[in-house]
Design a protein around this ligand. Sequence first.
Ligand code: ACM
Length: 268
Amino acid sequence: MSKKKIGFAQFEPKVGEVLVNLSAVRRLAAEAKGADLLVFPELATSGYELMDPDEVRVFAEPKQGGATHETLLDLAKANNCSYVIGYPEVEGDKFYNSSMLVNPDGSTYNYRKIHLFSREKELFNSGDAPPAVYETKAGRVGMMICFDWIFPETARMIALQGAQILAHPSNLVLQWCQRSMFARSVENRLFTITSNRIGSEERVGRRLTFTGASQVVTPVGETVSKAPETEEFIGLADIDPSDADNKDVTEYNHLFEDRMTGLYGSLV
Ligand code: ACM
């Protein structure tokens, strides 16, 4: 397969300012022209610290047909690029911390964060379906969102479905994720794009500072793009997605065929 340009757009979403944030998305997408796959942070349209479900309702969008989906449809077609972005989703009377993937041909896919972090449990429902894998301009992509990283089963489910790239919109506040994504990359032999946000928010009696340092890591653990911790940054890397198809760790060890699943019963 030919080379593909993949990466992230790290920025500071403003809480409650959906239109301002979508105009930042447009600006960053234009700056990242030439990308085949660009990942934006978690809850990039709404900001993170929403007060309560009533406030989520104000900023939540359906998975198709809302302002975020319309914006990405335009951008994907105009820039011939696949995009992933985190946003608050509404379906009926339920809210989800979701991400959407939009391709240049308009095909659109949705993922609902499974493992909610901290106060998110007061705002959102947990995702009700396992992550899936989709064709994009840059190869086969699966999505997980932020705190899903600490449950290695999430990335493993994505890898076992043949993903070449794991798109990981994030609003990270703990210190360990970026280093841990090295492990998610090598233990699954796929590319990972962690797209984190910057800045801080103080709305519900606590200050959250987001850690930036977005990154692209290869199937053999090389960090091929890395953002600073506090500044807006577009990080792109030229990769061959088919590098993720080789699951041979040594000539004796195949990452998937060597799994001893008969002994893994206690995991579930
Ligand atoms: C997180 O899942 N936003 C830490």
